[in-house]
Design a protein around this ligand. Structure first.
Ligand code: PLP
Ligand code: COI
Length: 365
């Protein structure tokens, strides 16, 4: 069978960034600021995906009435390509991102994209821009697939035409302070998602709606927001771009507990991966409802020894302080904890090919 990447017409850039400048950029990586020389683009019209191409990275031309600009019919994904010890490059669980992308597409009344188009776009782009995949510890090439509605029409209805793209950006640590615990603000004023809404879809509007609460968190000296459920404003859901885990140590082996998927939080692929990895490390993994007041009580009593966030961009990031109106709770002396770090090492080991990929998560380009 032809490889999915061969579906793509390749139009190489006539002026890629000179190697010395690229190396310079790869020395001081800031998340999401620098993009590779190319992008993958596929159009949807007349009911089918067509014109699959990898071409020079550059601006898009959109009609000012394009429906994405007015009604926000837009979804995205995020996954990473890792340099392997033999110099080759592997994608981490792209099939899981493809599945979630199509679930998001369904929720936003957008067309599904075939697996060979989604993964083929990533393979063709990474193959062409592979000099951009960094090799330092914790470094990778972040891939950002997205789909936008392009119909030039102001009526409120699903668009008939769409663009699917993947752009790529070299990534190091997500937070500018590096691998240090973050502080989080539990927002009772704003909610991210209500039952029946779009919380479990990775759609642009969820992120636009989160920005004011993120600003509120900053005003309170915190790095990130913790979202609570929309009804009781009490059950812990997730963070702005990450899922959460709480490490319970009742004398025995650690139990890593994450909020159950209720339809209002994003089913993170890192979250799912860590639930599997926990068993490899001899930990127990659990998904259940986690009221904020129980969590604060359990941190205070020592029953919870660590809290950490996880996601593709941020990998695993410890949480050192939880604040909200009228309370402030330090976690694990505001230090990186052993369980979070062991899981991070195990995950990065598989991703970077220095530990065996026993779950079959790597997809070689
Ligand atoms: N929650 C939200 C709101 C996110 O944007 C992300 C990032 O993708 C996550 C959780 C973590 O998901 P994943 O591990 O698939 O990156
Ligand atoms: C990711 O981890 O891929 C995310 O999408 C988080 C954030 C950058 C939105």
């Amino acid at each position: 069978m032809a490889s999915p990447a061969s579906l793509f017409k390749i139009t190489p850039s006539t002026n890629p960034l000179p190697a010395a400048e690229r190396e310079q950029k790869l020395k001081a990586i800031q998340f999401g600021r620098v993009f590779t020389d190319h992008m993958a683009v596929v159009s949807y019209r007349d009911g089918k995906w067509q014109d699959a191409e990898v071409k020079p990275y550059g601006p898009l031309s959109l009609d000012p009435s394009a429906s994405v600009l007015h009604y926000g019919q837009a979804i995205f994904e995020g996954f990473k390509a890792y340099r392997q010890p033999d110099g080759s490059v592997s994608l981490f669980r792209p099939e899981a991102n493809w599945e979630r992308f199509n679930r998001s597409a369904h929720r936003l009344a957008m067309p599904a994209i075939p697996q060979d188009v989604f993964i083929g776009a990533a393979e063709a782009l990474v193959a062409l821009d592979q000099a951009w995949v960094p090799s330092g510890s914790g470094e990778s090439l972040y891939l950002r697939p997205f789909m936008i509605a392009t119909d030039p029409f102001l009526g409120v209805r699903p668009s008939d035409e769409y663009l699917f793209l993947i752009i790529a950006s070299p990534a190091g640590e997500y937070f500018p302070q590096g691998l240090k615990p973050v502080s989080v603000w539990a927002s009772k004023e704003y909610v991210r998602a209500a039952p029946g809404g779009t919380g479990e879809a990775k759609c642009a509007g969820n992120y636009a709606a989160s920005l004011l609460a993120q600003a509120e968190a900053k005003d309170h000296g915190c790095d990130q927001v913790i979202w609570l459920d929309a009804i009781q404003r009490e059950l812990i859901e997730e963070m702005g771009g990450m899922n959460l885990f709480f490490v319970y140590r009742d004398g025995g082996e650690p139990v890593i507990v994450t909020p159950a998927l209720t339809g209002t939080l994003l089913p993170g692929i890192t979250r799912l991966t860590l639930l599997s990895l926990a068993a490899d490390l001899g930990y127990k993994g659990e998904e259940r409802r986690l009221p904020l007041s129980d969590v604060l009580r359990d941190i205070q009593s020592g029953a919870i020894s660590e809290v950490f966030a996880c996601g593709t961009a941020a990998v695993i990031t410890p949480v050192g302080l939880i604040k909200g109106r009228g309370f402030e709770q330090v976690v694990n002396n505001n230090e990186n904890g052993p369980v979070a770090m062991a899981l991070r090492d195990a995950l990065l080991g598989i991703q970077r090919g220095t530990a065996p990929d026993t779950h079959g998560w790597l997809h070689q380009v």
